[in-house]
Design a protein around this ligand. Structure first.
Ligand code: ZN
Length: 435
């Protein structure tokens, strides 16, 4: 099986940017890349100023910094985001928007993105241009701040500003390492969390089999039916939390090709993929099993993803298409490669965090097999792009399991425990790290 999805996603971003830059609005929504030269070093800041204000014509986003640093700003489309790349520096972010966006800013998150690096990702209401990005002193001169002015990317948007922007281009390198303050909120009731929930993670549920493919059958229990009923209930419970966007590979009795299921999750930029099955065995085996991708397969996927990221992120043709943007292509290439590499590495950690959470919470609601944490090379979970698991709910071949699988009450209890496992997973900082 070929592996090219992460690359394609990154390229889609870049090409959209290039298309935007080449056509309607020169440079503009394209990968903007700004860097400020460091000013004189200053004393550590105390309570740096932050702000988020403005309207849909111009929104100011002010990040407090402990010191002057070099930085880069990119805006990408699909989804529309502004990335601020910083060295490992203490940063102070503005208060989150509430239920409604503030100007163009819907939500944001930030924190350490890699050793020695911090990143702020701002979700914006449409394609935007960062019209200004500069390090400034606060009014009293005591603190340092990074001031961003975000405007909609629209035809006719400032060509003069573009010229000014290119003069700001400079190499990007950090000026040293200090601790970073990850302002990623803990879950539950805080207003920050509520605001963050506007940015809903996409979860793909994949009920196994369907149509002509009945899956395992025994004791009057048909896998394709019980896993669909279970997944629909799980979907409803997840939707009821209001915290997730839930998509299903199938919600009726149809067969969906295995690769299509995985691609569906990748295409929708899912942050979690859960395949739901029921097992078959000759013996009297019973209980649930949670599968994640076998180590060797995961390693080779990770290698190819990394290889693609560093070697092939831009073809010559794509480079040529991107050139009119007048940006530093090397830096853009590096940035995108870095983004993909990080995601691929993190997704493995994310998967194991999620598996632990499912085992912990599902274990309270139903029988698990001995050593329920298993690995396999199932096609649907062969993704480096999306943290993926496959849950075998139980054995149709076991009389008691077969009855449970058909029980509405049991489904209620077990699907509720998986919702808890998912909530718990997304409360983990790893799941929420900026990307
Ligand atoms: Zn199955």
């Amino acid at each position: 099986m070929g592996f090219g999805r992460p690359r394609r996603i990154a390229l889609r971003l870049l090409l959209l940017m290039a298309a935007a830059g080449g056509a309607a609005f020169p440079l503009s929504a394209a990968a903007q890349q700004l860097a400020a030269r460091p000013a004189a070093k200053t004393a550590a800041a105390h309570a740096p100023e932050t702000a988020l204000k403005g309207d849909r014509a111009r929104t100011r986003f002010i990040i407090g910094l402990e010191r002057t640093v070099e930085f880069q700003v990119f805006s990408l489309t699909n989804p529309n985001r502004v990335f601020v790349e910083l060295p490992d520096v203490m940063l102070q972010l503005p208060p989150q928007p509430g239920e409604a966006a503030v100007g163009l800013v819907k939500s944001f998150r930030g924190g350490q993105s890699a050793p020695g690096k911090a990143r702020v990702v701002i979700d914006v209401a449409g394609p935007v241009v960062v019209d200004k990005a500069a390090i400034e002193k606060s009014k009293d001169g005591k603190t340092t701040q990074l001031v961003l002015e975000i405007v909609p990317a629209e035809p006719g948007a400032s060509t003069k500003a573009d010229a000014k922007r290119t003069t700001l281009l400079a190499g990007a390198s950090g000026l040293g390492a200090v601790g970073v303050q990850p302002p990623i909120p803990r879950p539950a009731v805080s207003p920050q969390m509520r605001a963050l929930s506007m940015f809903k993670p996409v979860i793909v549920l994949d009920p196994g089999h369907g149509g002509d493919d009945t899956g395992a059958q025994k004791n009057g229990t048909v896998e394709k039916n019980v896993v669909l009923a279970f997944s629909l209930m799980l979907r409803d419970k997840l939707n009821a939390t209001g915290r997730y966007k839930v998509l299903m590979t199938r919600d009726t009795d149809v067969f969906v090709e295995l690769n299509k299921r995985r691609e569906f999750a990748e295409h929708n930029l899912a942050q979690l993929f859960v395949a739901v099955h029921a097992d078959y065995a000759q013996s009297s085996a019973r209980g649930a099993t949670i599968y994640s991708l076998r180590e060797s397969v995961a390693n080779s996927l990770q290698r190819s993803a990394r290889g693609e990221a560093s070697d092939n992120i831009l073809s010559d043709k794509e480079l040529a298409a991107a050139k009119p943007m007048d940006g530093d292509l090397g830096a853009i290439r590096g940035f995108l490669a870095d983004l993909i590499r990080l995601e691929v590495e993190r997704n493995r950690d994310r998967t194991s965090v999620f598996v632990k959470s499912v085992i912990e919470h599902m274990g309270e609601s139903t029988n698990l097999k001995d050593n329920p944490d298993r690995t396999a090379a199932f096609v649907v979970i062969k993704s480096a792009k999306v943290p993926s698991i496959l849950v075998e709910l139980g054995y149709v071949t076991n009389q008691e399991d077969a009855e449970l699988l058909k029980s509405e009450q049991w489904r209620e209890k077990v699907s509720a425990s998986i919702v808890t496992a998912i909530d718990n997973y997304f409360s983990n900082q790893l799941a929420r790290m900026p990307m």
